[in-house]
Design a protein around this ligand. Sequence first.
Ligand SMILES: [Zn+2]
Length: 388
Amino acid sequence: MAMTTKKMDSALAKLSNHEIIQKGDRAVQSRHELSIEILDCLVEIEGRSIFLKEGYSSLFDYCTRRWHYSPPKAGRFIAAARCMKNFPDVRDLLARRKITLCGVSRIAGILTSKNSDKILQEVSGKRFVEIEKIVASLKIAPKTRESIRPIGLQEPAVGRDRSADHEDLFQPNRTLENYQIDSNLVDDQTDQLGGNSPIDSPNKKLEHRYEIRFSASEEFCRDLERAKRVCSRSWNLEAIIGRAIKDLLEKRDPERKEVRRKKRKVRKQSKSESQAQRLGKGNSPVKPAAVSGSRTADEIESTGEGAEGLPVRSRHIPAQLRDAVFNRDKGRCTYTSSLGIRCDSTAHLQIDHITPYCRGGEHSLENLRILCGKHNRLAAREMLLTKR
Ligand SMILES: [Zn+2]
């Protein structure tokens, strides 16, 4: 490698300035042509859902995992490919080098069938900064791609949720009126705001920090403002949103639900054991529900019995089984391509019957798996094709 680079350097050194300029121009032109070829391929890869069949959850996943594109580069190419597909004039402008790929990705989110002719005419031949100005003057907010990006080590942010260390600010008796700012938090804030840089203070604890981006509706912003008012004034956005996420996970995370279920079972068992002991030795433990002769809907559904005690088939998958499937598959899509590439998507997950329910497939751990929405639809399409 080192030799090749060295040889190339000496070859270039022998060229005149004019020859270097021409060589550079040719390289740029061929790179430009290759980019359009890549965009054409992306249009087909998306149109034929090739990325799904190959085990990728999205076109973005395909570009970043298979082609090793950086997320911004993948985003630019995908936006440009979709734009080119919807507005064929864009391909023409690109081919004639009247617009760059960056320029196309900048206008992609604002083009509509009504405004495309006018906007494309305006941006044709313009540099990227000029295109940015044109887009800004139109006052149409471009779509924001959701992202979570590591930004390195930093001191912990000021105004985080300290309810685990102090008292719970969400307790019902802690209203806005009787709330006083926690003096510890204020001390922390002033200390950190006027603090030194992490390098100056080696004793300060550093942590990995991330930048999270997404756009939100007006209603979201109103709710966030309201949450800010009902929480401690020292809480920042991270503290508020973090607390909301914790509450949501507490209710919906299958792992936590499983732990709660086990605790409930242990409590129930020890309760019936102590009841049996009270009734006298030799009596077998009796379940309270069986005594009253009524069972909960969940219990009936999980045993698959009808009102008369006869087995019935129901599409409903008991919550306990759903959670067990989720935990076993580690909350990720399990679709794997013929070449062994696994999807791994954690978005829009659905429970799928390997042998379909309509063909007698059971609700069992062995017959259930997690697929993302896209792979579930693909599996359904493939199953329909095999049926024919
Ligand atoms: Zn998937």
